[in-house]
Each structure stands twice: as C-alpha cells, then as structure tokens.
Design a protein around this ligand. Structure first.
Ligand SMILES: [Zn+2]
Length: 422
C-alpha cells in the first residue's frame, strides 16, 4: 500500500527533482587538492533549498527539523574550512536518545577532465532522453536528491517515522574523506550514537542488485632492497639489489597460497597480493644496481589478520636478505582495515525487501575490493551498507543520471526509512 503511494508521490515531484539537480550542477564543489574552492557555495545553496522546501514541511507536520553545518578546518579552501551539512528530522514525541537512520551522500564532485570530450557544458545540467547530463549528476547528486525526496515522501504521506532521520551531505569524499566523514567521526563523535545505521548510496550496479556490506582490508607496501652497486663486469664485487628484489617480488606474489581463506561475498573470493608499481633503477646496462624499489597492493579478506600477513612478509624479507646479503626496508604507504556489516542483519534484510518491491529483483549482499567511504563507519562499529542504482558514469565525460534511477532509488529509500523501527 505505502509502496504505491510513495511511487505516485515521487513521480509527482519529478520536475522538482530535476530542478534541484540543475541547481546543484551549476555550483561545482571542487576540492582544493585540484585547485578548487571546496564545498561552501554548494552547501549554502543546498541549505537554502532545504530550508524552504523540506524543513518547513517537516515543521508543519509536527517534527523537530534542523540543519546544522560541521566545519572542518582546511586553510586551502574558501573560508578556511570544509562544510558538511546535517539535516535532522526528529519525532518530537520520541525521547532524543533514539538512534538515527543516516543517509550519507557527498557534496564534492571530480573535475570535468578533458572539456573537448563533453557534448554539453559539464556545469550546466541538460535533460535529454530520460537522462540528466552534467558533472556530478550521478556521483553523487542522484542519490543526494533521492534522499531528500524520500524524506519529503515520508513527511507528506504521513508515513510513520519512528527513528530520527538524518540526511548527511559530506565534504571531501573524492579526495580521501579526511575533511569529511573521517573528521566527523574522529572530532565530532557526539553526532553519532550507538545503534545508528547508515545507508551510503554511492555505489552499486545498473540493475540495483548489489548491496555492498563488506570490503577487503587494504595494505599498500613499498619495498626497498639495498645491495652494493658495481660494474657489471665485476658482479663479484657488488650485491645485485635487482636480483634479490626479483626473488622477493615472486615470493610476495604467491602469498595467496599461504593466506588462502575464501569468502563468497567477494569477487574474487580470496585475498589478493599484487606487485604493481616498479621504480626504475640504473640508467645503463653495464652497472649492477645497488637499489631496487617496487610496490605491492594487498587486498585482504576481513577475516584474515593484517598483522599476521605483515609479519609473514617480514620473515620472507629476512630470508631474502640472508640469501643475497642485502637490506630490505618495508614502508607502509596505506593501510585500512574494515569490519564487515552483517549480511543477515536487519538493515540488509529491510533494504533487500525494499529493492525487491521497487525494482522487482533480488539484491545480494556483496563485498568489494576495498577503500570505500563506508570503511570508517564500519570500523566505528556502525552498520553501513552501500547501495544505489547507477549507470556507472561516475567520473566520466558526459556523466549522466538516469532519471528513472533517481526516482526509484528515492522510493526504495522512503520504504526503507519508513520501516525502520528503532
Ligand atoms: Zn561518489
């Protein structure tokens, strides 16, 4: 019953959703990392829109509704900070200790890239053939707009809201989250309560079938092997770092035989250890290289202990050091562990059900390769699922959002939130 009403309501707001997309596309929030000013202008336009179109409705319906901005200092950005916006809708009758349902999307966009590859102005949204073209229209404005209209559907249709609904619009997703969700979790922990759950609609498949619940831990390591450089005609006087490094790289590439646990949530269902970047050594052929540098990208199943992997790597290095008389230094470039969200928990089940009703398919909980924005949330003990229905146009020229996806994802979100009983 409510599914039909929600569908009709969302459909009736289609042109408003498109208008909001146009408004947001015209204000690119680009990171200072690539010479942009940050998120302030876009945040302010969004706040003004929410004030006029959402907060007023929520108050009319008897809810407590507020907008707050959390600023994270960043001297490179306009006004010296990066703003994340929280729009809260609370049931006044509820005690304010009840947990929250968060829908987290991001304000920032990536640059357009090569302008000549765009058929339209990337920062002026164009509607054509059921699509909205423009930078950011899919990543992440599609879901941002869906989340707002899902909230409006719940309010206007008088659906029961038993939890506190929080729409969170974060800064700095595209460049590592340090000035966005990570700072919020680390420096503003009071915003979040035990039992809060998160939907992060920033990733998925075109048929809506993927609910990402887990990711592999990520470890990027740099290996520097130091031997003794000498003339290639007298290798007996040196220690060839390239040869020692080559044995090391081959042994590291087969770590998967040692850490061979499998988990069918993931594709591939095992941990991966991939030697990737290799630095140049000597420029000429007649010198025995005294130094060898390469990198390994490790993506490790959540059930495998990263420390155990690391100490195995150390012991392999020791063996190679001994065999070739070289010195090997390991440097951790990047390391993120990630706790999984239970794939049979209430949140995942409710989302599967809502997707089934709207899209008519059976979505599946899955794990992915690692390093997504959900990891810091999961690592703080929150349940977090990543799901949305996308045409996979993120970061590409002629990025577009399929209007149907934006509408139907809003329906799924409204169903999901209206059924959360907390
Ligand atoms: Zn995104």
């Amino acid at each position: 019953m409510s599914a039909e009403k929600i569908k009709a309501y969302i459909k009736s707001r289609k042109s408003d959703m498109i208008e909001l997309q146009k408004l947001l596309t015209a204000i690119p929030a680009l990171a200072p990392d690539i010479g942009g000013k940050g998120e302030w202008q876009k945040a302010e336009a969004l706040i003004a829109w929410l004030d006029e179109n959402l907060i007023s409705v929520a108050k009319d319906k008897g809810y407590n509704a507020t907008i707050s901005v959390i600023e994270v200092p960043d001297q490179r950005a306009e006004r010296g900070s990066r703003p994340s916006v929280i729009c809260s809708i609370d049931n006044i009758d509820k005690d304010n200790n009840s947990s929250s349902f968060w829908i987290m999307t991001h304000l920032d966009v990536v640059p357009p890239g090569e302008y000549s590859l765009w058929e339209t102005d990337p920062f002026s949204a164009v509607v054509k053939d059921g699509k909205i073209y423009g930078r950011g229209t899919e990543d992440n404005q599609q879901s941002l707009v869906s989340s707002i209209f899902a909230a409006l559907a719940i309010l206007e249709l008088d659906l029961e809201l038993t939890c506190s609904l929080k729409l969170l619009f974060v800064a700095d997703e595209e460049f590592g989250n340090e000035y966005g969700i990570i700072a919020l979790l680390e420096q503003h922990g009071e915003l979040f309560k035990e039992g809060d759950v998160f939907l992060v609609p920033d990733g998925g498949l075109p048929d809506s079938s993927m609910i990402e619940v887990a990711e592999k831990s990520l470890m990027w390591l740099k290996f520097t092997t130091r031997g003794v450089q000498c003339h290639a005609s007298r290798p007996d006087l040196g220690k060839n770092a390239f040869v020692a490094g080559s044995e090391l790289v081959v042994r590291l590439a087969s770590l998967g035989e040692i850490f061979s646990t499998t988990n069918e949530l993931f594709t591939p269902p095992f941990s991966t250890f991939v030697p990737s970047k290799k630095m140049a050594n000597v420029p000429n052929i007649n010198t025995v290289p005294g130094e060898d540098v390469f990198y390994v990208d490790c993506r490790i199943l959540p059930e495998v202990d990263l420390d155990e992997v690391y100490s195995k790597i150390e012991s392999i290095c020791k063996e190679v050091e001994k065999k070739y008389g070289v010195e090997i230094n390991i440097e951790t470039v990047h390391r993120i562990t990630s706790l999984p969200t239970p794939s049979d928990g209430k949140l995942v089940k409710a989302l599967e059900e809502a997707i089934g009703e709207v899209y008519g398919i059976r979505a599946k909980p899955m794990g992915i390769g690692g390093g997504t924005v959900a990891a810091p949330l999961r690592n703080k003990g929150f349940e977090a699922v990543v799901w949305s229905t996308v045409g996979e146009m993120a970061h590409q020229p002629n990025e577009y959002c399929l209007i149907d996806n934006m509408l139907r994802d809003a329906e799924v979100m409204a169903l999901l939130v209206s059924r959360c009983h907390r």
